[in-house]
Design a protein around this ligand. Structure first.
Ligand code: AR6
Length: 203
């Protein structure tokens, strides 16, 4: 395997949830992959990925948190994109400013709603990661944070989603060498434990 351990704990986020937890990092090629337990709006990267919906007009979950923390500027740009191209399809991604967030960009991608796996949900989720990374590279992004797309309101099974997230990111890194740092930010305990297990298996 080309996965090696590049070191142990990372700086914990300023969040009670991280207390007593060891966040992990892996080195794949020249890209560091990090596991963070916390709020994606508080992380420190060039670009934050949002789990949006096709309207691009905001919603609950991580989408709500990003728009609340980033301010009206993000929504204004989403509305412009909507006027131009009519929102965003499932599996696709669009990029805006990050407003007041501590990042340069937000990439809004639309995950699939889980429906027993009969609508190619797995391929669509994979496309979310791939298209987000492609658009990030075009904007010279060097560090990017992903939430656990589709695993909240859209009910995608969490283990399957984590495996897809990992393999998508890994194949991106094998093809392109442009990303310095990729974070998986888990907000709920179940996702965090799933990612922790996957990270440990790769060490
Ligand atoms: N930081 C990081 N992750 C978070 C945060 C946060 N602040 N808040 C929630 N999560 P969801 P979906 C996690 O429901 O399933 C919206 O209304 C959460 O624990 O946000 O793709 C959109 O507008 C979960 O693991 O997104 C769409 O209508 C993950 O983010 C719809 O929800 C994704 O949960 C999209 O549903």
């Amino acid at each position: 395997s080309d996965w090696t351990n590049s070191g142990d704990a990372l700086v914990a986020l300023d969040d009670d949830k991280t207390k007593g937890r060891t966040d992990m990092e892996l080195l794949v090629g020249t890209t560091i992959i990090e596991l963070i337990y916390g709020d994606i709006t508080k992380t420190n990267v060039d670009c934050i990925v949002n789990a949006a919906n096709t309207s691009l007009l905001g919603g609950g979950g991580v989408d709500g948190a990003i728009h609340r923390a980033g301010g009206i500027e993000i929504l204004e740009e989403c509305k412009e994109i909507r006027a131009r191209q009519g929102g965003c399809s499932v599996g696709e991604a669009v990029i805006t400013t990050a407003g007041k967030l501590n990042a340069k960009y937000v990439i809004h991608t639309v995950g699939p709603v889980w429906n027993k796996g009969i609508n190619n949900e797995e391929d669509k989720l994979e496309k979310c990661y791939k298209n987000s990374l492609d658009i990030a590279v075009k904007h010279n992004v060097k560090s990017i944070a992903f939430p656990n797309i589709s695993t909240g309101i859209y009910r995608f099974p969490k283990l399957k989603a984590a495996q897809i997230a990992f393999s998508s990111v890994q194949s991106f890194i094998e093809d392109e060498k442009f990303m310095d740092r990729i974070q998986f930010v888990c907000f709920d305990e179940e996702n965090y434990q799933i990612y922790l297990k996957i990270f440990k298996e790769k060490l």
